[in-house]
Design a binder for this molecule. Structure first.
Ligand code: HEC
Length: 112
């Protein structure tokens, strides 16, 4: 399964620029990544447990968190897995994810 995942993610070129976070296959893959690497702390459906509720977290939240924080150990994911897990978390709370994406875009444009 792991190999299939990696293979799928390495196939399309320039994936980083062209991620379709609404792709059901990506969301499914992300659910597996979440179950393997995150669920122990963040709970079922990412609703929280030993870590906070992270439903609606977007890719920038994930890439930041997996580098490690005060209370979260770094988590090593392979290429494509951060995108997949972000797609899964976004799908759990699309409204939250949408707002986070908008705020991030505003910030990147030097805020209004
Ligand atoms: C060993 C437990 C543990 C694991 C495993 C873990 N986390 Fe965390 N995570 C935490 C804790 C505790 C926090 C809150 C403290 C902090 O932000 O420093 C956190 C914070 C976060 C945040 C920031 C939440 C916020 O509101 O700022 C995100 C996003 C996140 N984790 C994503 C993930 C993802 C994705 C994975 C799996 C790849 C993962 N975490 C695995 C314990 C964990």
């Amino acid at each position: 399964m792991k190999y299939a995942l990696i293979f799928t993610f390495l196939t399309p070129p320039a994936l980083a620029q062209e991620v379709d976070f609404a792709d059901p296959a990506l969301i499914d893959a992300g659910k597996e990544v979440f179950t393997d690497f995150c669920m122990a702390c963040h709970g079922e459906e990412a609703l929280g447990g030993n870590g906070p509720d992270i439903q609606g977290a977007i890719l920038s939240d994930v890439t930041q968190a997996i580098r490690g924080t005060d209370q979260m150990e770094p988590v090593e994911l392979v290429d494509g897995e951060p995108e997949a897990v972000a797609a899964y978390l976004m799908a759990l709370a699309p409204k939250v994810a949408e707002i986070k994406m908008r705020l991030l875009a505003d910030r990147q444009q030097g805020s209004k």
